[in-house]
Design a protein around this ligand. Sequence first.
Ligand SMILES: C[S@@+](CC[C@H](N)C(=O)[O-])C[C@H]1O[C@@H](n2cnc3c(N)ncnc32)[C@H](O)[C@@H]1O
Length: 321
Amino acid sequence: MRSAAQRWGAMRRPFRSPPVCCQRLPCVSRLAGAVLSKSSDDRVGAVSQDRQVPPGVDPARPAPARIYDYLLGGKNNFQSDRDAAERITAVVPEIRDCAWSNRGFHQRAARWIARRGIRQFIDIGSGLPTVGNTHEVVQAVDPRCRVVYVDNDPMVREQASGLLADSAGVQVILGDLREPDSVLADPALGALVDFSQPTGLLMTAVIHFVADERDPWQLVARYLGALAPGSYLALSHLTYDHKPPRAVREFCRIFDRATEQVHFRSKPEIERFFAGLELISPRKLGTKGRLCYAGDWEAEDPGLADSDGSRWLYCGVARLT
Ligand SMILES: C[S@@+](CC[C@H](N)C(=O)[O-])C[C@H]1O[C@@H](n2cnc3c(N)ncnc32)[C@H](O)[C@@H]1O
């Protein structure tokens, strides 16, 4: 089976050539399962030793945004994140492929929604800036598109604010999705999002960081409740369906000491996030949509996109009627 980096060019997406960090992926893959030494850090171009630690960030504690950044070949991570990512790789060797599959879904969904005429987006759990950020994807469809990024990791705000300082129509909010009233009332969000108009709500690979006790279904419903008819939800979520229980257990254990814990869910549990919405079948508009694995959604070559990594996440795009 081909790696995500090899499949990168085969999927429908706005950026045709892999980023430099992605071109390194085959080399990174060869290190899978190993604990990185300083010299191997150098080979994968990991974070420089003298990176400033933004206020509120504990570099000794792994964080989802930085682990994900490392898996995507980025440099905004610390040793604790790289160690956590390598421990995950030891139990889930296809984890980098999983991360790339998810990022591909995020981009294809955002672009697809922009092509339906949506011009304002809220990207919750946006992650660290990477190649093909949401605003780049949707502004390639229409430069008038506006994007509000929301993430609870201070490192995201620090990195994103610096990078996006000159980007028109973009705001970055440090916010916790478990506090929807405060996120929705944020003046930076109000400056770009007109709630009387349809919005693209992107919640990719984030809701699995919310425990059942915090009622993630009600939280998603709360955000949707603020949006106008004709809005869209794009959501992806880790699943334990058809997965080795030991790998899932270890995955969760690694996150036990991270800033957020991870909660795998079944397909029916993930389907509940779309309750009352019209799931989209992107290829056959008008026919009833369904959840699929992350790589499958609007893939140019579904056979190629169906990888072991992709099968760790269910995803869907739905319309608010
Ligand atoms: C795996 S990354 C996904 C990034 C991006 N959405 C994507 O799919 O490519 C998960 C992101 O969700 C953020 N996150 C986790 N829990 C959150 C919460 N309660 N509120 C806001 N952001 C959260 C993390 O900081 C991280 O940046």
